[in-house]
Ligand binder design. Structure first.
Ligand SMILES: [Zn+2]
Length: 418
């Protein structure tokens, strides 16, 4: 696959776990203990937060050790319980570092959050289709192999989960590979459009390619009509469903490929990447509605496009951050509130809805500055990002590029530095 080369940052592979009937009690116990310890830790943190110094992760581990001596927790696995606290600690650290991305660690509920982490991961291969993973207090438990064994065996930790349909899974996490890059001194702002595309403050437009060819789109429509006619539960209907699912997987693969290539190129070329906080942007959009979409079907479609873009852009931002986090020369991803980025003049700062002449054209009513509307927005996002991250640049003016004076030479998307 072409996007495998772009798999930078922690990679997770999920396989279906097939525990024996007699293993279920222990698996359920691990889930219950992990949840109990997580929630207890969460309560402790919440309690200490009110005016008191926060309890340290180390102190929490000590109090867990004491609780294991004094209570029924002692019957369970110390590694499962300790790991629940480590996970909680990491969740808090992520939250403090980037609240809008990670959210505050929340209460785990029975029946919904069923799972536990496996440390000191040991796996072995039984045959082509089956592997085994070592679970504390159980020993080897079977799972079905659907991915390359090397990827599974490369995992250093795993998580066992139970979904609401009663299926057990095991997810293997491979540690992040470093992203090799050298500092460029270049900075960029990104404007994310409603359609699956983004524009940089350097004036570059990147559009997600059509996910399906015209032939494939036609085939998908035909299959969907066929499905509607077919009898529920019939073999033929199952086959049609499978064919549709394969097309959907193709679409997802191509979307992923675009995201992987674009984020790799951005992290390679820029030391600072400023993006809008899309959570806020989407809220603004849904409140405003779409004026340009009068017909009902059209509006439905616009809503759907928006939902798809919003999912794709969350993935985009997550991959951007994953890659930035393991870059060998530092890359900062800065999220800025999206207010007025499309109405403000990036040249003089004059802000008025009339500045935006159309979807594509921006003309400032005060200074006469003319630009592509998305490029103007991307420049505002860059300036805001530089201002909040304290990296220089004035809120409304052109940011100063350290070292680089001319535009950054960029390789076309999808080509990598050797
Ligand atoms: Zn202006």
């Amino acid at each position: 696959m072409s996007h495998r080369r772009h798999n930078i940052g922690p990679v997770s592979i999920r396989e279906r776990l097939y525990p024996a009937q007699e293993d279920l009690a222990v698996l359920h116990m691990h889930c219950a203990h992990a949840r109990y310890v997580w929630n207890l830790g969460l309560e402790q943190r919440g309690y200490w937060r009110r005016g008191m110094p926060s309890i340290s992760a180390h102190a929490q581990q000590r109090s867990l050790a004491q609780a294991r001596k004094d209570t029924w927790l002692g019957e369970g696995s110390s590694s499962v319980q300790q790991q629940a606290l480590f996970d909680l600690d990491r969740a808090f650290k992520n939250f403090w570092r980037n609240p809008s991305h990670f959210g505050r660690p929340s209460w785990r509920k029975a029946g919904i959050h069923e799972g536990f982490a496996v440390r000191d991961l040991k796996t072995r291969r039984i045959n082509r289709r089956w592997g085994e993973v070592q679970v504390p207090k159980l020993g080897w438990v079977r799972f079905r192999i659907t991915r390359a064994w090397a990827e599974i065996a490369g995992g250093t930790s795993a998580r066992v989960t139970l979904d609401r349909a009663g299926r057990w899974h095991v997810s293997f996490t491979t540690p992040p590979k470093p992203f090799e890059r050298t500092g460029t001194g270049a900075v960029v702002g990104l404007d994310m459009g409603v359609v699956s595309a983004f524009t940089t403050s350097d004036g570059e437009h990147s559009v997600m390619p059509q996910l399906l060819s015209p032939g494939e789109t036609q085939r998908k429509r035909r299959l969907e009509r066929k499905l509607a006619r077919q009898q529920k539960g019939s073999k033929r209907r199952e086959r049609t469903k499978h064919q549709i699912a394969r097309l959907a997987a193709k679409e997802a693969d191509r979307r992923k490929d675009f995201i992987e290539k674009s984020t790799t190129a951005l992290v390679r070329d820029f030391d600072v990447v400023c993006v809008e906080d899309l959570l806020v942007k989407n809220m603004l959009r849904s409140a405003r509605g779409t004026v340009e979409a009068p017909g009902r079907r059209v509006r439905q479609k616009a809503g759907l496009n928006r939902a798809i873009s919003s999912v794709a852009f969350s993935a985009f931002r997550r991959r951007l951050e994953d890659k930035a986090a393991c870059a060998t020369a530092p890359v900062a991803v800065v999220a800025v509130p999206p207010a007025f980025t499309s109405q403000r003049c990036s040249h003089c700062g004059h802000t008025a809805p009339q500045n935006r002449k159309s979807q594509a054209v921006f003309v400032c009513g005060a200074c006469g500055y003319e630009a592509h509307a998305d490029v103007n927005a991307a420049k505002n996002i860059l300036a805001a990002g530089l201002a909040v991250s304290g990296r220089g640049g004035t809120p409304h003016g052109q940011p100063v590029r350290a070292e680089h004076s001319g535009p950054v030479k960029r390789q076309p998307l999808g080509t990598e530095a050797a």
